[in-house]
Ligand binder design. Structure first.
Ligand code: P71
Length: 461
């Protein structure tokens, strides 16, 4: 029997009604929001594809676990439950919870910056990671393969490190000036694109050769393992857990925004393989930043839900359905000729808006214009990942041009049905068929930094 899609391996037990709005209402809402979907009330959004971070649906096992939360300030039972799960999955020795991914970054990254003029090298730094690298006084360098920027052409692992550039950068800067190599799996910023085992092993070899600390930014490590299982022949028979375990053994530190593949609404992980000195430093610094080292900004009930969610995210049936949902949306768009980052990534479909709206220049934010039109069409909220997000050159104050102008349609875990995704696809296709009508955007108010969150825009006349 052939099937159109992989149906969910769960049934719905609790529902959250969502408001159906008219186009006329949405035009007003968007105007009030200053043509910036970040400023919309989520109530006025029908299908919210802003992020997959903390927006997934918890299982009844997770909800039941909440009641077992031990809210002791120090040494809570919930902490030990979470620690046990994290250590089993990673095989690492030391664990500290954090309130979310950026909390973990804030505590750990400065500990690795031991002198002036240091660098982190990543396939691609996520925005908050880059920010914490810079706050720690270091610089962030991306070394991803060129295929990543060619959205049309298939490559099974577009998140891979560019190995020659990686080694070249180490030689240029000097190995003792590299604070760490960060493997971002999956590579969020370029489309939730996976990194292959072969590539990670090669990165590990380089890190070892030069004595450099290897970190995993593993917000979506389970989704990465799924792609490895699907696309790398020798891993086909391995379980997701085994693949993930092999990845963890390569690195020294694992940082995780657990709001993604932890299927929890909040949470982050700091996991250290065996470096006791680093663990002690992090345990000290987390106190003024996140909280006591056995809660790190989380309540006992958060830790309970996370302990269960981390296990559920490794379930193959769950992952097969999740990845199929994203693929389904990607395929529907591609079949209608909409340009997307191909193959579709793990957590989102990234629409290539340089190709979608080539008549809008980068400084009038094509992907923001497309996102706004999609919201007006069907109440779907995408997010812009392009020049609007990138901001200005800190020295010249010129608008920077992002290599990719993307509209991200991010699918929350276990939250929407294929019927919702059909609504999304229909809306994007409708906008695509009328794309010549799209106009660019100008600033009415531009904040001095992180402008995309709070800027007020207006359509160019
Ligand atoms: C995403 C996010 C969260 C986000 C950020 C900005 C605007 C809207 C939503 C967060 C990540 C991530 C990776 C690879 C670290 C973090 C920070 N992603 N690494 O994609 O994707 O984690 O949000 O828990 O602090 O929407 P945190």
């Amino acid at each position: 029997m052939t099937r159109k899609y992989v149906a969910p391996p769960y049934r719905i037990k609790l529902v959250e009604p969502i408001k159906v709005t008219t186009k006329k209402e949405r035009i007003e809402y968007l105007k009030t929001a200053g043509y910036n979907p970040f400023s919309l009330r989520s109530e006025d959004v029908y299908i919210d594809l802003l992020t997959d971070s903390g927006t997934g649906a918890m299982s009844h096992y997770q909800w039941a676990a909440l009641l077992q939360g031990d809210e002791a300030y120090a040494g809570s039972r919930s902490f030990y439950k979470l620690e046990k799960v994290v250590k089993e999955i990673t095989g690492y020795k030391y664990f500290i919870p954090a309130h979310q991914g950026r909390g973990a970054e804030q505590v750990v990254l400065p500990q690795l910056v031991t002198k002036e003029d240091m660098y982190f090298i990543s396939n691609m730094h996520f925005d908050t990671t880059r920010a914490h690298v810079e706050i720690a006084g270091a610089r962030a360098i991306d070394c991803v393969i060129d295929e990543c920027f060619d959205t049309e052409t298939y490559h099974p692992f577009k998140g891979n490190f560019h190995l020659e550039n990686l080694e070249q950068t180490i030689l240029e800067k000097g190995a003792d000036h590299i604070a760490g190599i960060i493997m971002t799996i999956t590579n969020n910023s370029a489309g939730g694109q996976p990194v292959s085992m072969e590539n990670m092993h090669a990165v590990k070899k380089i890190a070892k050769k030069y004595g450099i600390t290897l970190l995993i930014d593993g917000a979506r490590y389970a989704e990465n393992a799924f792609f490895v299982k699907e696309r790398e022949a020798e891993y086909r028979k391995k379980s997701i857990r085994e693949i993930a375990y092999e990845v963890f053994q390569m690195a020294d530190i694992f940082l995780m925004s657990a709001k993604k593949d932890g299927i929890s609404n909040i949470g982050g992980l700091i996991v250290i393989k065996d470096n006791e000195d680093l663990f002690n430093l992090c345990r000290t610094y987390i106190v003024p930043m996140e909280g006591f080292p056995t809660y790190g900004g989380l309540t006992g009930r958060d830790m309970e839900a996370l302990a269960v969610g981390l296990e559920e995210a490794l379930n193959l049936d769950y992952l097969t359905h999740r990845m199929d949902q994203v693929r389904f949306l990607g395929d529907r768009l591609r079949e209608a000729g909409v340009p997307i980052q191909y193959p579709t990534g793990g957590h989102a479909v990234f629409v290539d808006c340089k190709k979608f709206a080539p008549h809008i220049p980068y400084y009038q934010f094509p992907a923001q214009s497309v996102s706004n039109a999609v919201y007006i069409e069907a109440g779907v909220r995408p997010v812009e990942i392009g020049s609007f997000l990138l901001g200005r050159d800190p020295d010249t104050l010129e608008n920077l041009e992002s290599p990719l102008e993307l509209m991200r349609l991010t699918i929350p875990r276990r939250t929407y049905t294929y019927a919702h995704l059909d609504v999304v696809a229909d809306a994007v296709i409708e906008v695509y068929q009328n794309r010549e009508k799209l106009v660019g955007l100008d600033f009415e108010y531009e904040p001095p930094m992180l402008r995309h969150f709070t800027a007020v825009l207006k359509p160019v006349k």
